[in-house]
Design a protein around this ligand. Structure first.
Ligand SMILES: Cc1cc2nc3c(=O)[nH]c(=O)nc-3n(C[C@H](O)[C@H](O)[C@H](O)COP(=O)(O)O)c2cc1C
Length: 266
């Protein structure tokens, strides 16, 4: 069984977002009846608002003062899935507060990514304008948190049958693309992803005092020495670029460390 979970980020369970994701589900299941497709409705989840203390970033998520809400259940559902769909309406040119709230609670995952080898796709449902902003934001979040990202798409609501047909076609095409993505091995990282990894990881030893949890996590995973987050062969160009980004990361780390020493000096 291939497990796909769709996070519905709308405050309406039976709204346009859900209807469109249901169509996507049908198309996906037509391609493979072994797909176990489930829903995570953020409207029904109890997710407290992030208090902004930053403890999860520095010390670890286990020290988060918010206990006993549904954040960890959602995380578990994502971890158990092979693919994740974020179905999100456009509200005021961005994601609705419900969705943003969950992602704020997941902020520490941007520091300590964990969603490797899982396919991610966003579906943004809009009245007129803003889907691209939403897709860009969600894809950036997904990339930094480790997902293999399959390009998302937008749906514009309509009452006209010709446009409805176009939307259905779009959903069908994108379901096919997502299915292929789901079935493909994780690709070698692009230059940007590789540079970000090497830059961030090389700064970690210098900021270990400020973010001990990050340092410990990267160390445990072997990321302080490895070419990338997961096992890959880099070509010569990527090796050179990686080594360059490592040096930039060290420079950044040294700068942050110096700033701290100046700040704490008597
Ligand atoms: C509070 C609010 C803000 C909205 N802002 C936008 C917007 O900025 N751009 C847009 O194209 N549509 C906007 N819409 C329309 C929704 O994106 C659209 O109706 C969407 O399909 C709603 O999905 P839902 O039924 O799942 O909530 C907004 C709707 C609401 C309720």
């Amino acid at each position: 069984m291939i497990k796909v979970a769709a996070v519905i980020g709308s405050p309406r369970n039976n709204g346009e977002t859900y209807k469109n994701v249901q169509k996507f589900e049908l198309r996906l299941k037509k391609l493979d009846e072994n797909i176990d497709f489930s829903y995570i409705f953020l409207k029904d989840a109890h997710i407290e608002q992030c208090k902004g203390c930053g403890v999860c970033l520095a010390k670890g998520e286990e020290y988060c003062p918010i206990k006993d809400d549904d954040k960890n259940d959602i995380l578990r559902r994502i971890m158990e899935s092979d693919g994740i769909i974020f179905g999100v309406p456009v509200y005021s040119l961005h994601v609705p507060a419900l969705t943003k709230n969950l992602l704020d609670r997941f902020a520490y995952i941007l520091h300590r990514p964990c969603f490797f080898h899982k396919s991610f796709m966003s579906i943004a449902v809009q009245g007129v304008y803003g889907d691209k902003n939403v897709i860009k934001y969600l894809e950036e979040f997904a990339t930094f948190s480790g997902f293999k990202v399959c390009r998302g798409f937008g749906i514009t609501n309509t009452i006209f049958s010709e446009e409805m047909k176009k939307n259905d076609k779009l959903i069908e095409e994108n379901a096919k693309r997502f299915y292929q993505h789901l079935m493909s091995p994780t690709p070698s990282p692009g230059i940007y992803q590789l540079m970000m990894f090497r830059w961030i990881r090389s700064s970690k030893p210098y900021i270990a005092e400020d973010c001990p949890k990050d340092y410990q996590y990267f160390k445990e995973k072997g990321w302080l020495e490895s070419p990338y987050f997961y096992d890959i062969e880099l070509n010569l160009i990527k090796k050179i670029i990686g080594a360059w980004a490592d040096r930039q990361g060290m420079k950044l780390g040294e700068k942050i460390k110096k700033q701290r020493m100046i700040k704490v000096a008597p």
